[in-house]
Design a protein around this ligand. Sequence first.
Ligand SMILES: [Zn+2]
Length: 345
Amino acid sequence: MLAKRGKLEFPWADTPPPGEAREVAPGLFWARLPLPFRLNHVNVWLLEEDDGWTVIDTGCATPEIIAAWEALLAGPMRGRPVRRVVATHGHVDHIGLSGWMVSRFDADYVGTFAEWMWARVSHMHDVPGSNDAHHYYLVRNGFDDAVAQKLVKSRHRFINLSSPIPGWITEIRDGETVRLGGRSWRVIVTRGHAFEHASFLDEEANILIAGDHLLPKITPVIAVYEMMPKADPLGDYLESFPSFSDVRPDALVLPSHDTPYYGISERILELREHHDKRLAATVEFLRTPRVPLDLSKSMFPHIEGPDNMGFALGETLAHVNHLVRLGAVADVSAGSGTALYQALR
Ligand SMILES: [Zn+2]
């Protein structure tokens, strides 16, 4: 893994326009869908089958993405049916239209159990107790009550970006081999960005479909969420890298954001270095005790608005919780209602 340092290479300078698909390997097509976020696109992968198509990820439920799918289905997919919808993980920009597509084609829905379950729960309105847990988490970490209430309500915006999550699933697990598009793919399940994120490795063709786990330009979101406030997703993420040790350094990596790239070993080193720096900075900021939201403002000085601060808090807590597990930081709130952390060395 610790190969000599090189640069990432991007074999395609431009991206397929909405409704068009580019063949990146025989029978494996890249399509790009417009997202209604600052991160304004997501890549999906189309694999040609004898009897139709397998689709890996779907984008979220917006009129623009539905229009892009209609153009793909009528154009490059030649009106042939989608037989299988595969989810890399349960985030809304990946699975938001899976229910729509599964019911339209009576397709099989394939993914990991935890991501399917998480998507089902997190895309339902008013799951008993979840709003209270979210509010408690926000207030405990430094938001005032009114802002916390607003943030809890704004969650519904994301729920509305998903069609109903399919009611049943064909489960895939780490280490299994699945046949998609006439190729054998080894499933690599990792934690950190999501609970059971699936990547797919075609060893013969030397291609990795990497989802959000190993993005080339932006750092995958590694965040603590209200349903598991003491989790250590950053530890999970850093420990996930050996899962890719069988991927050859010259593999073509197909990520969900930005463009396909070569240089997986280099990218893993960069991601590790990024988090090492953020961990060191977190320790420095915690030389004096801080409430997590204040620490977030120091860690993300350019972020504005409560929604973005909510995301920044999740990422800040990922670093804090990892340092707590390493014994470098402690919760010194001493039973008060607001969390307070301090570096121990
Ligand atoms: Zn994601």
